[in-house]
Write a protein that binds this ligand. Sequence first.
Ligand code: GDP
Length: 317
Amino acid sequence: MSFWENKSVLVTGGAGFLGQHMVQRLEKMGAHVFVPRRKDYDLTVLEACVQCMRDAAPQIVIHSAAYYGGIWINQLYPGKIYYENLVMGANVMEAARLAKVEKFVAIGTACSYPGYLEGELSETNLWDGPLHESVVNYGMTKKMMAVQAMAYKKQYNFNAIHLILTNLYGPGDTYNPDRSHVPAALIRKFVEAKLANARSVEVWGSGAPIREFLYVEDCADAILKAAELYNNLAPMNIGPGKGTSIRELAETIQSVSGFNGKIEWNRSKPDGQMKKVLNVSRMKQILKWEPPTSLRNGLEKTILWYEANKKAADARY
Ligand code: GDP
């Protein structure tokens, strides 16, 4: 019998980009999944979170809801991003504690790491310096869940884990240019440029920043494995552990999408953090797993999906 069979699981953000892939997998494995919708439960209100726990009666809570996006939305709505994520995290964990859930899985972000360190980011670096100013309003809020979990462990013996995710991409992502992360933004730009027979595509910044990119379905698998196998307050990084420059990403998307024009770099747009690559040795050791999907293969699947679902994908915010 699988770990998930007959488990009741609450997935906040379960209708979102990452959440939908987790929900599909959980249902396949026989879990009873509850996905709170915003119109029914406003997770920035504690009473709504308490009601949600009553209605879902979960054994496991995966807190995946977040109001976030790429580098640009952090410039457009920094205050809303700060408030909603901070309060949601605090409320959902408090309600889960009151409901005496067996396990709480906090979905964190690589934006929580210090923004100016050299080299790969290990879990032990989490508190080693200031966050990058382009994402501090988001990264700090998710990091507070790790503090809350420590405090709740001490006082209530609350069982929580904290997973730190790198940049995701894949089917179901947000392709709106104000909100999208770089893979979705570039997929849309290159596919549209090809359709329009355009001469060039504008890509932001210098092309030098390094990120790593995790295919969303691999990420969903990793989270469910960690929820089953990991029981420690120390955070766990989830990612491929391999850096890719924005230039290389843009050229790969250009090649997979079949666009033959030029790339134009717009240096008036921000580069953000120069390097964000996670050390994933803890993940490999404990989950005995590495993401199977290569960047090129993941981009091929995503671009096929995007071309087939362009209208609905573009409408999603
Ligand atoms: P970050 O990882 O939090 O910095 O967020 P993003 O995924 O939005 O951006 C990563 C990098 O991609 C930054 O250096 C951006 O300047 C660069 N980039 C290049 N073109 C684009 C684009 O069209 N949209 C976005 N969001 N980023 C872009």
